[in-house]
Design a protein around this ligand. Sequence first.
Ligand code: AMP
Length: 381
Amino acid sequence: MQKLFVTDLDVRGKRVLVRADFNVPLQGGEIIDDRRIRECLPTIQWLMENGARTILMSHLGRPGGERAEDYSLQPVALHLGQLLRRDVPLANDCIGPEAQAKLQGLADGGVLLLENLRFHAGETANEPEFAQALASLAEIYVNDAFGTSHRSHASITGVAERVAQCAMGFLLKKELDLLGGALADPRRPFVAVMGGSKVSGKIKVIENLLDKVDQLIVGGGMSYTIFKAMGLEIGKSLLDEGSLEDAAGILEAAEALGPGRLILPLDILAADAFDNDAVTTVCPAGEIPAELEGLDIGPRTIELYGGIVREAGTVIWNGPMGVFEMPTFARGTKSVAAAMAEATARGATTIVGGGDSAAAIKAAGLSDDISHVSTGGGASL
Ligand code: AMP
């Protein structure tokens, strides 16, 4: 891979600014899931062992560009200190005199955490002055915040443009190796499962995957825009008008690649309301009555998709098959999760692109039965 990895660099005695993703869920000031912190430990530990002066930065929640104590990274500093068995000081501000002063006291092998990046509006706006202030703290920049890497924020793209040496950390490398490896040299059949509500966010990925996979399975809200583009009846189902042309393009591209490449639902679980207690009807896909909306894939589709996933050599999955937040419409998503776990047990490589699909895998208690659950939803796409 033509990308620098942190271990390619001589970091001893250097100030290394690491963009981590410590955006952990908090309840009453307590961290209720520390996975994101633990995922970054290999990079931090390697830097400590190799004598770097490690400066960690992250966002937490959405404080909206101003200081808000509820979004302080103090709990993260404490928890990280426990995991590393050493004191991790927190600089009260991520830039300016406070950060510079704390930096002076940082010894080789030491670790400093900067306060929430999003206390400054310049972070999400990628303001040059803010990016420059961050960049001025360090000689080396390491990106290990995979889940945020698709965002053009100051701490991601702005800093990378302003620090002489940039490299990826262990987590970013692991994600790129696994996601990239699946695309470069997949065990076949190679199957992609795409779901979720928006076609617009996934159109480029679908276009990009179509000629690489053996089968691309579509479910969830975005399938209706494709059905509409085929001139079929979708009733009151979700429609992304602005993506109709793109959907037609996908259909055309799939057809050119031959039959069986793009797999669409056979039947749909439709409802008379967007409600868990709605009256439901199974109808053939493309024949949804005008007063109903499709909220999950139907039983024949569940069987078809499950069979394809179970027989695959490699599966990548992003996006739910229905409105899985409501139990009535969660069956399709749950069945894909279960089929992924079965495929893994049979020796397939299975990858779940974060977000809702990762949540569904977790809710089903199957996180350990998947080859890789990515730490980023949008980023993995
Ligand atoms: P996305 O952010 O595009 O991955 O979409 C995820 C969301 O899609 C979830 O909140 C699901 O509830 C929603 N979704 C999936 N299928 C449908 C559907 N048939 N109708 C409406 N929303 C859906």
